[in-house]
Design a protein around this ligand. Structure first.
Ligand code: PEP
Length: 256
């Protein structure tokens, strides 16, 4: 199995004091767990530079939670891709369900952001997934296909090279009700097969993570699956003990 990618999405949480405690403990403990893991931390924009300074020499990467489509100009309150690059960002989360829901982000807008991120030589982490109602109506695969298609339409068959997809069923995010790992494995396999089918190349290297109420107790059952290439972790990633334990579990699985 190849390296797993573990991403911390801190959302609108934490503060200078807690970040300092988190990063101090990360520094003390992480080096032995990085052999089989790529680790990314995505703090709120205001803390990006602070986090970068502490993780840069640890081989841990900086992620952003969003980007504006405009590179500069009169867009009060926004952050451009140039600014993200300037402070050391390497990965950008795009299409998170909270942005789709609270900021009315459409598949079309998300595709444009995805394209901007790739054209700027950063790595997009595209979140896809269905709502509870859509799952009940058996529409999961249709929803995901639509989410991927708008990106294929804009960028062509090579769209998902050098990018990451996070399967995040909306009903599992922040609810404490993680999805069944067997179900996630089947959806992740579906995503890979769909992308392979759409592109004439055989894209062996498609990376598909899972996100939704992951913690140190359930992480192993997901990470053991061959088509779950890592985790996007929300609330559990705010607690350094939890986050380090998840990274350790991932490393231990691949060590064997
Ligand atoms: C997320 O927001 O991407 C997420 C997975 O959150 P949580 O782990 O808190 O469910």
């Amino acid at each position: 199995m190849r390296k797993k990618i573990i991403v911390a999405n801190w959302k609108l949480n934490s503060n200078i004091k807690n970040i300092s405690i988190f990063l101090k403990n990360l520094k003390l403990n992480i080096s032995s767990y990085l052999k089989y893991n790529t680790v990314v931390i995505a703090p709120s924009t205001i803390y990006l530079e602070r986090v970068y300074k502490k993780i840069n020499n640890l081989n841990v990467f900086l992620g952003a939670q969003d980007v504006n489509l405009n590179k500069k100009g009169a867009f009060t309150g926004e952050t451009s891709i140039l600014m993200l690059k300037d402070v050391g960002v390497k990965y950008v989360i795009v299409g998170h369900s909270e942005r789709r829901l609270f900021h009315n982000e459409s598949n079309e807008l998300i595709a444009k952001k995805f394209s901007l991120i790739k054209n700027s030589y950063l790595i997009p982490i595209l979140c896809v997934g269905e709502s509870k109602d859509e799952k009940r109506r058996n529409q999961t695969k249709e929803i995901i296909k639509n989410q991927l298609n708008t990106i294929f339409e804009l960028l062509g068959e090579k769209a998902f090279i050098n990018s990451i997809i996070a399967y995040e069923p909306i009903w599992a995010i922040g609810t404490g009700l993680s999805a069944d790992p067997v179900y996630v494995e089947s959806i992740n396999k579906f995503i890979k097969d769909y992308i392979n089918h759409y592109s004439s190349n055989n894209l062996e290297e498609i990376i598909v993570q899972y996100g939704g109420s992951i913690n140190s107790k359930n992480a192993q059952s997901f990470l053991q699956k061959p088509n779950i290439d890592g985790l996007l972790v929300g609330s559990a990633s705010l607690d350094y003990k939890e986050f380090l334990e998840i990274i350790k579990i991932s490393n231990d699985i691949l060590c064997k």
